[in-house]
Design a protein around this ligand. Structure first.
Ligand SMILES: [Zn+2]
Length: 307
């Protein structure tokens, strides 16, 4: 057990937990998807939302996003391996997402909530968008500001963001809403920064996907510390509707990731020790990238409802 893994498991034990019911319809937990003590992941029998219960108590969830989250030795279990080092892969991935966005909004003033190291905003800046970002993790904000030279990055929660209300053409949440204890409140708040009829773009994992069904509890998106909800196309529609957005398009094409062979080797650890030894034979090509789309994530494009 590495120091990092030990630290994370101690942290699992140290954080207060709480039991929750379905966020969208209030139903009690029904079918069990994952039993990963002290956590369990359930699928709501009524609306199909996946949710972790018990989970880390809502007021302590932010405690898990520190420097360790973005550069973790145990990335197969938690966070991302060498987030900043894998820049090439992130830029390629976000070029695909920028293509999706550009089909609806070819230029404009955009706000990314949870912009992390700023790769997506950098891609959009190069394409001529006016880019702004909000991020709670201070360590990664430094990368966005200093390495990528992004000027308009706010360090703090959206609740404290001083940007001008009603001035943005789009707000974006990339792999963010599944982490938020109350995503409807955050989406409603983000909507106040939009012009009337402005766009929302988000990506999240699809718990109804064949990949999740095939992999069962070993699905890579089951990260019990951080993923408190697991949406699907239908529950994402319901979520956005409650935050006063109308879904225009839900795509799986282009929702994959360009990942390094090194990252794949790291991830294989989750599945089998033997496979991991075989995968390590590919270590000399660790810095090469492949596009992988397991069809288990969705990119949602939606418009703010004009009240
Ligand atoms: Zn439900």
């Amino acid at each position: 057990m590495t120091h990092r893994t030990r630290e994370l498991s101690e942290r699992r034990g140290g954080l207060p937990l709480e039991e929750v019911s379905c966020y969208l319809c209030g139903e009690a937990p029904k079918s069990l998807l994952v039993d990963d003590p002290p956590f369990k992941v359930w699928l709501c029998g009524s609306c199909g939302l996946g949710f972790t219960s018990p989970r880390v108590r809502a007021d302590r969830l932010e405690d898990i996003y520190d420097l360790g989250y973005f550069s973790s030795e145990s990335a197969g279990d938690f966070g991302y391996a060498s987030y900043a080092e894998d820049a090439t892969g992130y830029f390629r991935t976000f070029e695909r997402k920028a293509d999706i966005l550009a089909r609806h909004l070819p230029k404009g003033k955009v706000l990314e909530v949870g912009c992390a190291a700023g790769f997506f905003l950098k891609v959009l800046e190069k394409r001529g968008y006016d880019v702004h970002g909000v991020e709670v993790a201070g360590s990664i904000v430094t990368h966005a500001r200093d390495t990528l030279k992004l000027k308009n990055i706010f360090h703090g929660p959206l609740e404290e963001y001083p940007g001008e209300k009603g001035s943005f053409d789009a707000v974006m949440f990339w792999d963010v809403i599944e982490h938020l204890p109350d995503p409807i409140a955050v989406l409603k708040l983000a909507r106040t920064y939009l012009k009337p009829g402005g766009w929302l773009f988000l990506q999240t994992q699809d718990v109804s996907s064949l990949t999740r069904r095939a992999l069962g509890a070993k699905w890579t998106h089951f990260k019990q510390l951080e993923h408190v909800w697991h949406f699907s196309p239908s529950t994402a529609r319901e979520l956005l509707s409650r935050a006063h957005f109308d879904v225009v398009e839900i795509r799986k094409r282009g929702a994959g990731k360009d990942i390094s062979i090194g990252f794949v080797i790291d991830r294989v650890k989750r599945f089998s020790r033997v496979l991991h030894h075989i995968a390590r034979l590919f270590s000399p090509w660790a810095r090469n990238f492949v596009y992988v789309n397991p069809w288990d994530e969705i990119v949602v494009s939606a418009k703010s409802r004009v009240d």
